[in-house]
Design a binder for this molecule. Structure first.
Ligand SMILES: [Zn+2]
Ligand SMILES: [Zn+2]
Length: 163
């Protein structure tokens, strides 16, 4: 009887021992993977070495809680996101400058066309002094200064006069 009770007690305590070992190992595994995750995550978000060390330090020193703090403080966008957005903006800009269309018929026109080849809408006029192409709404020529300094209305009148 006494032997039985002893065996039961030892098996119970060894079970608890196994349990504790398992929990500790589990915790350590979680902790290590959280540190690795923080390291990978911060590297995808910033190239600032100080910030990288700070993020990993948080995960190392405060297991679990440090990760929460890091989630709050980390840069919102990843570098890949930023790069993608930059590309998007650039392509949008390129499209805006490269693909101009006629305001009347939306035919594709080049930036140095004076009229639309499809519907003959006047797109630009050339400067009477330097022959640079000017936007129709410009009152003065930005290349040679023609029409500047006299105010919008008088310059429009003087531009019809030969110089
Ligand atoms: Zn047109
Ligand atoms: Zn000019």
């Amino acid at each position: 009887m006494g032997m039985m009770r002893l065996a039961l007690a030892s098996s119970t305590s060894s079970l608890i021992g196994y349990g504790i070992t398992f929990l500790v190992a589990y915790g350590v595994a979680l902790w290590i993977s959280s540190v690795i995750w923080a390291w990978r995550d911060i590297r995808s978000r910033t190239q600032d070495f100080i910030f990288q060390i700070f993020a990993v330090g948080l995960a190392v020193v405060f297991p679990g809680l440090g990760l929460l703090v890091y989630l709050v403080l980390r840069p919102r966008q990843t570098l890949a996101d930023l790069y993608e957005r930059q590309l998007e903006e650039e392509s949008l800009l390129a499209e805006m400058t490269e693909r101009q269309t006629c305001p009347t018929c939306h035919y594709r026109v080049e930036s140095d066309f004076q009229i639309c080849p499809s519907c003959s809408t006047k797109l630009r006029r050339s400067c009477p002094r330097c022959d640079h192409l000017l936007e129709l709404k410009w009152n003065a020529c930005p290349y040679c200064g023609y029409g500047a300094g006299e105010g919008g209305r008088s310059s429009a009148r003087s531009s019809s006069r030969p110089v």
